[in-house]
Design a protein. Structure first.
Lengths: 334, 280, 518
């Protein structure tokens, strides 16, 4: 579109001045004497030509990079090369566009009206809208809105609630799922490779992640079993005797699911005898029966009651005595 | 074969060929002694997949000199302990690990051992290891030997079950402290978990068996030697494989990535905006 | 200077354009609108382009996202991986993870697309945050733009959720740990928590149907919402016109800038090119989210350095900083994660949402504004904004305590304690400093870098040194120097026109030797 000077009468898109004068210009109206065909190199054709050639040069290289990208792709692809070529292809295209716009294209620093006086409607127009609305609402709200207020709205609410119910199909009810793991009386402690642990297998200062035999994939059941040597554990109420002492070995087992937000508590600081969760740095004192020592965890890690089978394998004597993992509304307190 | 086994075999041959009928008694005694030594050396120095530690007296003597100069001040003459722990049953792996990672000698007894460039060269390390190993054998209860880990696969094999097993074991047992990428982490009480990306396979294997505190340890009942080897192989792979996606930044996950994205990525684009727009 | 050939080509072009427009106008009557669109003015300040950066990042996210969606399998089904990445060969994983490995290693250009998508998401949120700060600190949310602010905050919220759901799709250990934390946060909601969590996940965590649902949310629900809200955001902006900084010739009733056609179109396209360059450049050259290193998610596994993407960092930091309080009574409990996980973002977003109305109350300003404040013009608002940013920064730092401790050899116990105190001391102190700085700058009414604040020394004919224009509060520096050849009007003995330094209004000072600057 060739730029032309705005004619004096037609000052904008809303038609000839409505007689109210420049005091109430419309949005996007421009002063009639504004010259918006100007661009910085308009009066310097030689530099303009050089600029155009330079831009062309940049764009040709950009095109070359695009072709390069296709070639790299056809040859099997390589992430760094692809990224580099795309970087230059787009980057040079963009640079050319910026140089073009800043130097060779008009439309800089144009002033126009916001038309603030016309952006909002006149009081008459607003009143007309209210009139149109009331035509309806006056009839709809007969008898002080009995039909709408006392019947339609409550029924609409019921419809809305009813519509939500199919969403319940998305999920199972929690039921007892949060209260139990898959640990059972007599379950052997097995590693991820389904190797059962013997009472002598773990060295002092050793740690292993174990699951109940048969339930290696169950996400609530991971347990860390440790050999803390001769150090005594100060047991919590109800968890006395959960550890196994065998010679110089003191075998204890705790739930690996953090009582804060459920990550796997697996860092073992042998010097301070602490288990640490990597997600939010909850720290548990092993010798205080995994009581929280630092960090946001509010409750100790539940301890798994351990026993030794006649053939020497470590077994669980029962499930944990309390729900494992993060808290929830109905979790009976401790 | 160690020199002592050769000595034992030679002794047996000479006694068997020359004085068989006349010297059965002494032969039996010597034989029993050899057998005892053989058993001791076998359990101490060369079970399956252990690197043998030299028993050469020259090496042991050189090791003793170095030990007395640099270690005895804390660990006591003869390794009996003092300000530092006694070393009479730590095993060759522990010594090799601590010295080859520069954790020992400590420049001050109050410091925590941390990984540095090693203070000794390879030969000196071997000598010190030989000396302490000899002390351990004398005392009778040597700890873990140096694991002998050879790379399981090369780049040509399309699959590598050892690497896969190593990955699985590493992710379950090591990643929580050392980070999935092996870059290290943090324990409680300020103990920094070191990066593994420059560690040798042997050092990894040693650390797993020894458990340099505050790290836990894994004995033969927890990991077989093959499993330790697999872990070491995978750790080496982590630190010595080019990143497929480009520059790895710090191998620490979303935190450095966020830095790059927000500060560098958006920063460059804000600069571009300044080039495109006005400043007024 | 056009040649004959150029003029004739221009006429031919105009004829074609006329034909096309006639065709459209016959059907849609669109000429008026098209003309107003082509002629529309957009102010040119560079900081106004940041919203555009966000918009174009969104466009590129859609483009790369569609590509990825063609290869990703949103399935929890367990498969054994057999592919180019040897350390995972033979391991069992979900199809979601396996398909992401496939994109990374077996699809040509797949890794670049995947990484570009993730980089674009990070930059998208950075741009949205920066844009929001720009709007906040310049008061662009004031009447009549309150609704656009509300739409914008909603865009931010959905963008955060979209990003989180996106990087959780591969089911890797890092993002899976994040999902576990979110499950626990939902579970912690009083009364309905467990029910809601089991509902969304289709059972206990991690469940067997989650990734199909996450896919729907990430590919469909949120992008629709974002696109629709973005459309509304732009439509309102189009109609109300963009705000602008005050300056020479600018009033509340006019607008100065580039026309949409051709100036702004070309510049905007250039911006899109630069954004594509940065995003695809990063996508190929700098590794992000190497899911093969994290491996598939398993509930028994965890990695050090478990952080979310940066824009969720403040929430994760909040979880680390919030003390271990939990409330139990009568057989019920409000678990610990509820407060940093639900209450904190709830308060934050509610305050942000109603800020335009708080702002009105605070400054008693119910007027319409098309010209922007400079941050110094409203010290209280700027101070509150700075305090808020320091708060988020403190919490974001807290999410990286283990990495910071590793780098600086500090314990996380000490770091967390420092950041706990810092979360309220920092904002208070920072807010006060910001407030004072704004007041100071406002009084000088010039940027200290543009204009020296303080005295100017001159040397008179007799060799003595005198300070003129002593302090920034407009002191007449020539008082008391009459005896040295100055006259009372501030002209010194050397004939310098001391008008710049005489008593006067700030406007006069601005017209002194340093005039010509804004």
């Amino acid at each position: 579109m060739t730029a032309t000077k705005s004619p004096k009468i037609f000052t904008g898109t809303h038609g000839p001045d409505d007689g109210a004068g420049e005091a109430t210009p419309w949005p996007d109206d421009v002063p009639p004497d504004q010259d918006d065909t100007w661009y910085p190199l308009r009066d310097d054709p030689w530099r303009a030509k050089r600029m155009e050639y330079f831009i062309a040069f940049l764009w040709v290289i950009a095109g070359g990079c695009a072709v390069g990208f296709v070639i790299v792709y056809l040859l099997g692809g390589q992430a760094e090369l692809e990224g580099l070529l795309l970087l230059f292809a787009f980057g040079l295209l963009g640079t050319g566009l910026v140089l073009w716009a800043r130097n060779l294209i008009p439309g800089h620093d144009v002033i126009a009206s916001r038309g603030t006086d016309h952006r909002t409607s006149d009081p008459e127009e607003r009143a007309a809208v209210v009139e149109s609305l009331s035509r309806g609402t006056d009839a709809m709200m007969s008898r002080r809105g009995f039909l709408v207020k006392k019947v339609l709205v409550p029924v609409g609410g019921i419809f809305g609630l009813a519509a939500i119910f199919p969403l319940a199909s998305l999920g199972a009810r929690p039921g007892q799922a949060l209260y139990h793991t898959k640990w059972y009386k007599g379950a052997r402690l097995v590693t991820e490779d389904n190797v059962a642990l013997h009472v002598d297998d773990i060295m002092v200062d050793g740690i292993m992640t174990v699951f109940p035999e048969g339930y290696i994939d169950d996400p609530t059941s991971p347990v860390v079993v440790l050999n803390i040597g001769g150090d005594p554990i100060k047991a919590r109420t109800g968890q006395a005797g959960f550890e196994v002492i065998s010679g110089a070995n003191g075998i204890v087992a705790f739930s690996k699911i953090c009582t804060h937000a459920g990550c796997a508590v697996s860092l073992f600081n042998v010097l301070s005898m602490q288990l640490i969760c990597p997600c939010h740095q909850s720290t548990f004192n092993i010798l205080q029966d995994a009581a929280p020592a630092f960090g946001p965890a509010p409750r100790p890690l539940p301890q798994l009651p351990l026993g030794v089978r006649s053939d020497g394998y470590l077994i669980a004597l029962s499930d944990f005595i309390e729900p494992i993992g993060p808290g929830f509304w109905n979790r009976s307190g401790d | 074969m160690t020199t002592n086994k050769l000595v034992a075999r030679r002794a047996k041959n000479s006694s068997g060929s020359r004085l068989r009928h006349a010297l059965v008694g002494p032969a039996a005694l010597v034989g029993a002694a050899m057998a005892m030594f053989a058993v001791l050396f076998w359990t101490a120095a060369a079970p399956a997949q252990m690197k043998p530690v030299t028993l050469s007296p020259v090496s042991i003597q050189a090791g003793q000199t170095l030990f007395d100069q640099h270690c005895a001040a804390c660990h006591g003459v003869g390794g009996i302990g003092g300000r530092g722990p006694e070393l009479l049953n730590v095993g060759a792996a522990a010594v090799d690990f601590f010295v080859s990672t520069g954790r020992m000698p400590l420049s001050s007894p109050n410091l925590e051992p941390t990984s540095h460039a090693p203070f000794f060269n390879k030969n000196q390390i071997a000598d010190i290891v030989a000396y302490v190993n000899a002390l351990d054998i004398e005392h009778g209860t040597p700890g873990p030997g140096i694991p002998d880990i050879t790379p399981a696969c090369n780049n040509e094999t399309p699959t590598c079950p050892t690497l896969s097993e190593g990955n699985s074991l590493f992710m379950m047992n090591c990643a929580q402290c050392h980070d999935a990428s092996g870059s290290g982490g943090l324990l409680s009480h300020g103990y920094v978990v070191p990066s593994l990306r420059q560690a040798t396979r042997t050092q990894v294997g040693e650390a797993v068996r020894v458990g340099p505190r505050p790290m836990p340890n894994w004995g033969p009942g927890q990991f077989t030697d093959q499993q330790v080897s697999a872990i070491a192989d995978y750790v080496y792979y982590l630190g010595h494989t080019p990143d497929p996606g480009g520059l790895g930044i710090a191998h620490f996950g979303p935190v450095p990535e966020g830095f790059v994205g927000v500060i560098f990525g958006l920063g460059v684009l804000l600069l571009c905006s300044r080039l495109i727009g006005n400043r007024g | 200077m056009s040649t004959v050939a150029e003029r004739s080509a221009a006429r031919k072009r105009a004829k074609l354009e006329q034909q096309a427009l006639d065709w459209a106008d016959d059907r849609f009557g669109s000429s008026k609108w098209v003309r107003s669109a082509l002629d529309k003015i957009f102010p040119d300040h560079w900081s106004f382009m940041v919203g555009e950066i966000a918009m174009y990042c969104f466009v590129l996210l859609i483009a790369t996202g569609i590509y990825l969606a063609l290869f990703y399998k949103a399935s929890d089904a367990v498969v054994i991986y057999h592919g180019p990445y040897k350390p995972l060969d033979g391991q069992s994983m979900t199809e979601a993870f396996a398909s992401t490995l496939n994109i990374s290693f077996s699809v040509r250009a797949g890794l670049v697309m995947r990484q570009a998508h993730h980089w674009a998401a990070n930059i998208f949120l950075a741009a949205v945050a920066f844009h929001m700060c720009r709007v906040f600190f310049t008061g662009a949310f004031r009447r009549p733009r309150e609704v656009n602010w509300v739409i914008g905050v909603t865009l931010l919220l959905i963008a955060m959720l979209e990003g989180f759901s996106g990087y959780s799709l591969p089911d890797d250990l890092l993002s899976g740990s994040g999902l576990r934390v979110v499950f626990s946060i939902v579970q912690s909601i009083p009364l309905v928590g467990p029910w809601l969590a089991f509902n969304v996940w289709g059972g206990a965590f991690p469940g067997t149907v989650f990734f199909a649902r996450l896919f729907v949310i990430h590919e469909f629900l949120f992008p629709l919402a974002l696109a629709g809200l973005l459309g509304g955001h732009l439509a309102i902006l189009w109609h109300q016109k963009h705000t602008d900084f005050a300056g020479p010739g600018k009033t509340e009733h006019n607008i100065v800038g580039s026309r949409l056609w051709p100036q702004y179109t070309i510049k905007s396209t250039a911006l899109l090119m630069f954004i594509a360059a940065v995003i695809f450049g990063l996508g190929g050259l700098i590794q992000i989210n190497p899911i093969w290193v994290y491996g598939p998610f398993e509930a028994a596994r965890a990695s050090a350095g478990t952080q979310p993407d940066w824009y969720v960092g403040w929430l994760d930091g909040g979880l680390r900083l919030w003390p271990h309080w939990e409330f139990r009574s009568f057989g019920h409990e409000i678990p610990n994660p509820f407060f940093p996980g639900i209450v904190l973002p709830g308060i934050v977003f509610n305050v942000i949402y109603v800020w335009p109305w708080i702002d009105k109350r605070l400054f008693g300003d119910y007027e319409e504004h098309n010209l922007l404040d400079r941050p110094r013009d409203k010290p209280l608002r700027t101070a509150i904004g700075v305090a808020a940013l320091l708060f988020f920064f403190d919490l974001t730092l807290a999410s990286a305590t283990d990495l910071i401790g590793n780098a600086l050899q500090m314990s996380f116990e000490l770091l967390i304690e420092i950041l706990q105190y810092g979360s309220f001391i920092g904002p208070i102190v920072g807010g006060i400093i910001a407030y004072r700085t704004c007041v100071l700058l406002k009084n000088t009414d010039a940027h200290p870098i543009q204009r020296p604040v303080g005295g100017i020394m001159v040397r008179d004919a007799r060799g003595g040194y005198h300070t003129l224009g002593a302090s920034h509060d407009g002191h007449n520096g020539s008082e008391g120097h009459e005896g040295n050849g100055h006259d009372g009007n501030g002209h010194d003995g050397n004939g310098h026109d001391g008008s710049a330094h005489s008593e006067g209004t700030t406007l006069e000072r601005a017209a002194g030797p340093h005039s010509g600057e804004d």
